[in-house]
Ligand binder design. Structure first.
Ligand code: SF4
Length: 101
């Protein structure tokens, strides 16, 4: 995966983080940021881009697609991680890409 593609995806995630940070309608308990480990974020970006090349969509790098289109749409990154157990229990998404503020 090219360094340029990885950086581009990370920029998209940073913008996503900034948007919710500046959105007054987002509750404090739902505020998040990118994992502080740059290395981890880059690895996850690589995984998402690999999935995009292989499956045509930016699927989560830590979970397997099922073949059921409706179910698999839920795995497109960023997913609705606030509903995940890991968010409620550990304050992070399944892959720890996004972590609670
Ligand atoms: S669990 Fe995290 S990395 Fe996986 S799709 Fe959701 S937001 Fe992306």
């Amino acid at each position: 995966m090219g360094e340029k593609e990885i950086k581009k995806l990370i920029n998209i995630w940073e913008e996503f983080v900034d948007r919710q940070k500046n959105d007054k309608k987002v509750e404090k308990s739902r505020k998040f940021r990118l994992n502080p480990s740059k290395e981890k974020v880059e690895k996850l970006a690589e995984g998402v881009l690999f999935n995009e090349k292989k499956h045509g969509l930016k699927y989560c790098p830590c979970r397997l697609t099922t073949g059921d289109q409706e179910e698999d749409f839920k795995l497109i990154c960023p997913c609705n991680f606030w509903d995940q157990k890991t968010w409620k229990q550990k304050g992070e998404c399944w892959c720890s890409l996004f972590v609670k503020e």
